[in-house]
Structures are given as C-alpha cells and as structure tokens.
Design a protein around this ligand. Structure first.
Ligand SMILES: [Zn+2]
Length: 737
C-alpha cells in the first residue's frame, strides 16, 4: 500500500466519486440482496471499474454492521489488501489461455473458503482469447450460486455477444475535472499538504477524466513536499506558463500579430516545443469559449464566440504541421495562419470560412511562398530544431485540453476543414507503378489549396520523370485533393506549377483576380474589397540565418513583378510561366471543376465531354479527361523491325508481319467454331478468343509447343479463361435453343 491511488481507494460506496448511475443501482440491489452472478463493467481506464468491483466483493462478504461494506471488518480489510482467499483478481491479459479458464472452472465449483461468496474479478476481459471466452461461457451459463463474476474492460465491443448477454452491463463514464479536483483536494488535505485550487483544477483537466491519472499526478507533486501550486504543476509537466499562453491567446483574439508572434517566440526559446505551445493556445481558446458561453473558465479580453471558434479550429488544424517540422518558423506560420483565419471569417462566423480559399489572393500567395521557404530550408539541411524537445505529457495527452472540450466541439457548426480531404498516400495508391516510384522519393507536402513535391539533389532524375508525367500526376492530384495548386520542385532547374481544376495560375496575375470558386467561401471572399490584415513585424529580430525577412503585408495586392526574390533560386519559377498570362475570362468550367469520370481513362469518354473553351491554353489547366486518351494510342507498325538489333539471331523462319498484332495471330481454336455460329454478331467476329495472359495467343506458341511436344502439352490448361470461355459457349447454346 504505497501508491497514493491505492491509499485513496474508496472503502465504502459514499467515497466513490461520480458514476452515480452505476453506484446507486448497485448499492440498492446489494442492500436488497439481489446480487447478480455476472457483471460487465466497461469504460475508460482509471474511472473506478476495479474499485467498484472490489466494493461489490466487500459488500457481499462483509461481516460487519450495516451499511455494508463496513470497511473495517476482517473480510473488508482482506479485500482491501488483496489477500482475501475468495476474492480473486485475475488479469485476463496474461491468463487468457483455455487451460487458465479450465483451471478456473474447476475451482469455481469449490465452495468459498470463508463460507461467503466467491468473487472473480477479470480485469482486461477483452484480452481473453475466443477459446477462453467459450470455456468461460460454460461457467456463466450455469453459475454456482456462491459465485459472482465481474468482468472489467475498456473495450466492451470485443466481448463476444454470448458473454455480453449473460452479464449485467454497466458503462462507466469519464469523470469531470471538477470531480477529480474535488477528490484531490480531499487527498491533499488528508496528506496535510496545502494545494492551490487552481493547481488542482489544472490537474483535473489534464487527467482527462481518469481519477487514477489525477491521483498519480498529485502524488508527483506531493513528492516534492511543498505546497501544490499551478506554476509547480506546469513546471513538473513541462507545460508553458498559463499566463503567458493566455497572453498570446489574447493577442491572437485581438489581432495583435506582433505581440502574439513575439510571445510565442519567447516561449519557444525558453525550451517549450512548438506543439506544446499551440496545444496550450487551443486549450486557452477553449476555456475562453466556455467563458463566453456562460460556462466555467477564464475569459479573454475582447473575445467573441465566432472569432474564438475560428481561432481554435485554425490552431487545431495547424498542429498537423509540426509532424513535419517544429522549428520557430513553423510555429510562426501556424500562428499566422490562425490570425488570417480568424480575420477571414467576416459575418456569419462559420468556421468553414476560415479555409484559405477565402483568403485574398496575395496573402495566400505570400503564405505559399513562406511555406516554400520552409521547405527549401529544410531541403538545404539547415533544419534548425527537431520536434518535441520537451517531453510531451502523457496521461492527459489529448492536447491537455479540458474535458469539457468535447461538448464545445459538438456545438461548433462545421469544424471540418473545407478543402484538405485527400493525402499524398492516396495519390501514390492511385498512380501507376512507375509514377508511384517517382513520387515516393519526394518530400510530399499538402495543405488546403496547395500541394507540392520537393526533391533532394539525389532524386534529380525522379523530379524530371515526375514532370514528364505531369498529366498523369495532375489527374491523380485533382482526383484526390480537388482543385489545388500543384507544384513540383526539383533540386535544380525549373520546376513546374499549375492550378488544377479551376481558374488558371495562382494569384491570377497582377489584376484583382476573382476568388477561386470554392463553394460557399467564394462570396465571402469577394465581398471583402481590400484585405485588412494586421501588419506583423517578426523581422524585429535578426532572421538573417533563416532566409529573407518578410515585410509587413500590404493592403493593396502587390505587383507580381515586385514579389521578393526567392531564397534558393528558381525553385518556384513556373516552367511555362503561367502566372504572366492574364487570367482567362470565366467559362462554365471555372465555376465547377469538370469532374473526372470514374471510368478508366482509356475508355472513350470524348463524346460526353464539353468542348474545351476557346481560350484554353496548354499547361493552363488540366487536360480534359478525354484528351489523355492519346497516352494510350498505339502507333501502327509500318516498318519491319530490325530483328538483329532486338535479340540476335532468330532460329527458324522470321515471324512475318502478320504475326505482329497478337490478336490476329491467334490460331483458330476448334472449340470456338460453334460459338461463332451461335452468335454471328459483329462483336463476336471482331473479338478473337484471346484474353490477356492466354499463352496460346502468343505468336510463338505453336512453334514452342511443337518443340516441346509431349512435355508441355497442356500449357495453359488450368487457366481460368478456358473454363469461362466454355461456359460462355454453353450460354450461347442455351440462347440458341
Ligand atoms: Zn466489513
């Protein structure tokens, strides 16, 4: 009995925190002597399943006065210590063999040693093998009167239905932060340690609904022997100081980019991981949101619900970028995106409007450039810092957010990101074998509205190959990501970039290009005359080692020519310079990108497709699906090939030209003769009885067969086509008859 959570284990029903829906029912049933013979307790870990099971065991065997369990009689104490001979806790994870269960079944039949009930507590019951379950089932079907089975599991769906149907099933819920904080306050008092309510509330939130995690955390704090303070908890867990995180969140809410970026940079330099900082910001926004909605939580000055929703959603989305790189620049980009998203909302407060689709073109362009800067810096090997120097806090891992976060999410109207639905993995899956190989070596990047492949120097060849296969690549990308800007960035030389599926090149030239049509986001974007974005000055400190400083955003769209030069030379210069071309006038195709047909590209779809607009230009837009047919056109052979050059001397007569297209060279198969008569349609005549893989279709088949005659007589005998051809024939006969 050393760990705090063991000392803190309830010894009577009143000490159980929360779970009233379980506790009250069980208590009443036990008081009336209605004891079931099999229970199933399910729920997250650390919420009181085993504790409740032990309370049942104590109640059933208590010899003390009512109310039971008394917690003081010999039997109760034995159960607490785990030394009661009739209360058996079995870890199903390690005792899940059939033999274990058989052993258990034999012992179940024996009477209880102390004359009371025998209680079997099977922890992690879902870990039992199916055979073990079946063995146990026999016992559950005809349980001896003196036995109670209690199965505890975190994954009730893995318990086989026949077991489920024989158990009384109780679902345990996560505990609220207040419930956890309340119990921790009692514990701290019992241990004689002063604890700040704020610190306990923080632990309550971080415990993510699990009392045991909360108790373990508190124990860590108690080990120091001093008062439990919020600062102490943050330090012990490697969390950034709450006030500073809230300061940054407040700056974000007020649109003070300078303050937000400076504050974040300070925290980063103090050693906090970028992800931890952003997680803290998400939690702060969630808390402020609670405050705005009239729930418990600390508010942020100047906050309003729509803006908080947008900020929270954008920050949450930005967390994904730290999987690629978690340096300071990535952190700043995450905050920049969040700021822009919060500003881009306009009226309505729809989170969906936070998608970059509604950003002014010049801002989106600028962001893209910053992204590329990060990518090229990463490529050139000056990766500044690996992700996560600060160990992430484990128990309440879900971004350390308050447990009340879930309801908030549910209330959020449409938190789904508007664009990014696919991933490069999907593209790779869809691509041809060759293209797949060339994509695999690239650094793949995707974000709403922009995807890119970046190649290191050693994959120069692959970069070129991918650009050669641009049509195929862009078709797959469009299918997976929808309308996006696709860019291939080779290690040297010119890359290639184009907007797929919608309007032409990104940015649309110098003019105020109409917003890229993205469903509902478009009107919002168009209604914003000039972007009023907070100018931010991260260049206040030296960034020389990082690359070019980015100037404060101007409110007028910058001239294309005035765009700052890019760091690593020509990485983004478009091959066909589509950006210099004026945006084509709107055409029906621009309103909604022409959907790709589901059918395979080689199927003739041309007739169903609208004619390409007159102003269509190569490289400007994706070739219409029909146009990709030419990839599959076979050239007619007009000259005899140079056989010497192909494979040296050919023994025997050189195959004649008539042999060249395999289809015509197939020897007549005797079996097909009746079939041809049965179905004298044009189709039957045109299609010779050949299938891909049928070796008899090979021009050399007869020749080889002759040479090996007798030894491989039955070539292709087991092939399916043969059998199905036969069945087709019989079908044909049926029709005829
Ligand atoms: Zn007792």
């Amino acid at each position: 009995m050393s760990a705090l959570y063991q000392r803190a284990r309830p010894i009577n029903w009143d000490q159980v925190v929360g779970q009233e829906h379980v506790k009250d029912v069980l208590k009443a049933a036990l008081e009336q002597g209605r004891v079931g013979h099999a229970y199933l307790f399910s729920g997250p870990r650390g919420v009181g399943k085993t504790t409740t099971a032990r309370l049942i065991a104590m109640t059933a065997n208590c010899t003390g006065p009512s109310p039971k369990p008394c917690g003081e009689c010999e039997s109760c104490l034995a159960v607490r210590n785990g030394s009661h001979p009739d209360v058996l806790e079995i870890d199903a994870a390690s005792n899940n063999s059939v033999d274990d269960v058989r052993d258990l079944r034999e012992k179940v039949a024996l009477a209880a040693m102390r004359g009371g009930k025998k209680i079997y507590i099977l922890d992690e019951a879902h870990m039992m093998s199916r055979a073990a379950f079946n063995a146990l089932l026999k016992t559950l079907e005809e349980p001896p009167a003196h036995v109670i089975f209690i199965l505890a599991t975190t994954e009730p769906e893995k318990i086989i239905p026949t077991i489920l149907s024989r158990c009384q099933h109780y679902r345990f819920r996560r505990l609220t932060p207040e419930e956890i904080a309340g119990k921790l306050a009692d514990l701290a008092e019992r241990e004689g340690v002063r604890a700040e309510p704020e610190a306990l509330n923080l632990i309550g939130r971080l415990a993510d609904g699990a009392m045991r995690d909360g108790e373990s955390l508190l124990e860590r704090m108690l080990a120091a022997g001093t008062a439990v303070t919020r600062v102490g908890v943050e330090e012990a867990l490697g969390l950034p100081p709450g006030e500073r995180v809230r300061g940054i969140a407040a700056a974000l809410v007020q649109g003070d980019a300078g303050m937000a970026l400076t504050g974040a940079a300070e925290l980063y330099r103090a050693g906090f991981a970028a992800r931890t900082i952003v997680e803290g910001l998400v939690a702060a926004c969630a808390e402020a949101l609670h405050a705005e909605l009239g729930l418990e939580g600390a508010g942020l000055e100047g906050a309003d619900v729509p803006r908080l929703l947008r900020l929270q959603a954008a920050l949450d989305e930005q967390e994904a970028r730290f999987a690629r790189s978690a340096d300071l620049l990535s952190l700043e980009l995450a905050l920049t995106h969040a700021l822009l998203a919060a500003d881009a909302g306009g009226a309505g407060g729809m989170v969906g409007a936070a998608a970059p689709a509604s950003l002014p073109a010049d801002v989106a362009q600028r962001l893209n450039r910053l992204e590329k800067e990060v990518a090229s810096l990463r490529m050139s090997g000056t990766r500044p810092a690996p992700a996560n120097e600060v160990p992430a806090f484990e128990p309440g891992k879900r971004r350390g957010g308050p447990a009340g976060e879930a309801p908030t999410r549910a209330e959020t109207p449409t938190p789904a990101p508007a664009v990014a639905q696919g991933s490069w993995d999907d593209v790779v899956k869809a691509a041809s074998m060759q293209l797949k190989a060339f994509i695999k070596t690239a650094q793949k990047h995707s974000e709403p509205g922009y995807v890119s492949l970046t190649y290191e120097a050693r994959w120069k060849f692959h970069a070129r190959q991918v650009m050669d296969k641009w049509d195929e690549l862009s078709a797959h990308v469009l299918k997976v990501f929808g309308p996006v800007t696709l860019e291939v960035i080779p290690p040297e030389g010119q890359g290639r970039k184009a907007q797929l599926g919608g309007r032409g090149p990104d940015g649309g030239g110098g003019g105020p290009a109409p917003a890229v049509p993205f469903g509902t986001a478009a009107p919002l974007a168009q209604s914003r005359p000039t972007p009023e974005l907070p100018a931010f000055e991260p260049a206040a400190r030296s960034r020389a080692s990082r690359g070019p400083a980015f100037a404060p955003l101007k409110t007028a769209p910058p001239e294309r020519a005035a765009a700052p030069p890019l760091p690593t030379g020509a990485v983004t210069a478009p091959l066909d310079a589509p950006a210099l071309r004026p945006a084509p006038p709107p055409s029906p195709d621009d309103v909604a990108p022409a959907p790709l047909p589901d059918a395979a590209p080689w199927e003739d779809q041309a007739a169903e497709l609208p004619p390409p607009p007159a102003d269509a230009q190569a490289g400007d837009r994706l070739p219409l699906p029909g146009a990709s047919r030419e990839l599959y056109l076979a050239e007619p052979i007009t000259e005899e090939p140079d056989w010497e050059a192909i494979g040296g001397e050919v023994e025997g007569p050189v195959p004649t030209l008539e042999d060249a297209p395999f289809a015509d060279a197939v020897p007549a198969r005797p079996a097909t003769t009746p079939r041809a008569e049965a179905r004298p349609t044009a189709q039957a005549e045109a299609a010779p009885p050949t299938r891909p893989g049928d070796i008899r279709a090979h021009p050399m088949y007869e020749e080889i067969k002759k040479r090996f005659s007798g030894r491989v007589r039955e070539i292709g005998k087991n092939r399916k086509p043969h059998a199905s051809a036969a069945s087709e024939e019989s079908e044909g006969e049926d029709v005829e008859a």
